[in-house]
Design a protein around this ligand. Structure first.
Ligand code: CTP
Ligand code: MG
Length: 238
C-alpha cells in the first residue's frame, strides 16, 4: 500500500509567542498547516495522512484539509506531551498495510512534494531517509557567555530537516524501544540510528526551514509574498 504521512501539528509554539497554536498561525493568508497538507496532496506515493493536533483544533483542521484539496483518508488525533510522543501516537494509528511512513513538521511550510517523494522512495529501498542540507556556515564552539573555544570542521556535517521517511516496522520498533528505555531524541532518525539501522539523506532545502521564532515567521511571510511558495489550494489565484 501507499505510504502514510504523519504531520505533527500539536505544538503550541511557545517560542513563536502567537496566541494561536503554531500550525494555525496565519502565513500569507492561510494557516501554516495548509502548506504541508497542500504539499502531501500532490505526492502520488502517499495514501493516508495522520495529523496530530492541539486540543480543540479538529474543526479548524478539517477546514484546512478541504482548503488544501487533500482527498486521501485522514486521521486526526490529539498530540502527546512532546513531539516524540505525538509521532508515536500517530504512528500507532498508521495503516498496518503501509510499508513506509513519512513524518513531517507542520512548522516547515515550504517542504516540496518532491522532497516527500524522494524520502519515501529511498526509505522503501534503504529503510530510512531524511531531508537534510550540508552545513554552509563556519561552525564555532563557544564557551559561555561569548568566547570562541574552537572552530568545528564542518566537513560531513549536515542539518536534519523533515520530511523523514522510514519503513513503518522500523520506526515503530524505534519509538517503542525509546519509550521503554526512556530515550528522548530531537528527531525520528536518531531513534532509528540508535537501533543501528542505516539512515540516508536526500536533498533538503534552505527554504525548508522550521518556523520557530517571530523572525522566522517574518521571513516565511516575505517568501510567500514573493508569490513563489503559495500553497497549491484549489481555486487559489496567482
Ligand atoms: N509538535 C507536536 N506535538 C508536540 C510538540 C510539537 O506535534 N507535543 C509538532 C509541532 O506542532 C511542530 C513540530 O512538532 O510542527 C516541531 O515542533 P516545534 O517546532 O518545537 O513546535 P512547537 O513545539 O509548537 O514550538 P515550541 O517548542 O516553541 O513551543
Ligand atoms: Mg517544541
Amino acid at each position: 500500500m501507499k505510504a502514510s504521512a504523519i504531520i505533527v501539528a500539536a505544538g503550541s509554539g511557545v517560542r513563536l509567542g502567537h496566541p494561536a497554536p503554531k500550525a494555525f498561525v496565519p502565513l500569507g493568508g492561510a494557516p501554516m498547516l495548509r502548506y504541508s497538507l497542500a504539499a502531501i496532496a500532490q505526492v502520488e506515493a502517499i495514501g493516508e495522512a495522520i495529523i496530530t493536533l492541539p486540543s480543540g483544533m479538529e474543526p479548524a483542521a478539517r477546514a484546512e484539509i478541504r482548503a488544501a484539496g487533500l482527498a486521501m483518508p485522514v486521521k486526526l488525533t490529539p498530540g502527546g506531551a512532546e513531539r516524540q510522543d505525538s509521532v508515536r501516537i500517530a504512528l500507532e494509528l498508521a495503516s498496518a498495510h503501509a510499508e513506509v511512513v513519512v513524518v513531517h513538521d507542520a512548522a516547515r511550510p515550504f517542504a516540496t512534494p518532491a522532497s516527500f517523494a524522494a524520502a519515501i522512495a529511498v526509505a522503501a529501498r534503504a529503510g530510512a531517509a531524511i531531508a537534510a542540507i550540508p552545513l554552509a556556515d563556519t561552525l564555532k564552539r563557544v564557551s559561555e557567555p561569548n568566547l570562541i573555544v574552537a572552530t568545528v570542521p564542518r566537513t560531513g556535517l549536515w542539518l536534519a530537516q523533515t520530511p523523514q521517511a522510514f519503513r513503518r516496522d522500523l520506526l515503530l520498533e524505534a519509538h517503542r524501544r525509546a519509550l521503554a528505555d526512556g530515550i528522548a531524541a530531537t528527531d525520528d532518525a536518531d531513534l532509528v540510528q540508535r537501533l543501528g539501522a542505516a539512515v540516508e539523506v536526500v536533498p533538503g532545502s534552505p527554504l525548508n526551514f522550521k518556523i520557530t521564532t517571530a523572525d522566522d515567521l517574518a521571513i516565511a511571510a516575505a517568501i510567500v509574498a514573493s508569490r513563489a511558495h503559495r500553497p497549491a489550494t484549489p481555486g487559489a489565484n496567482g
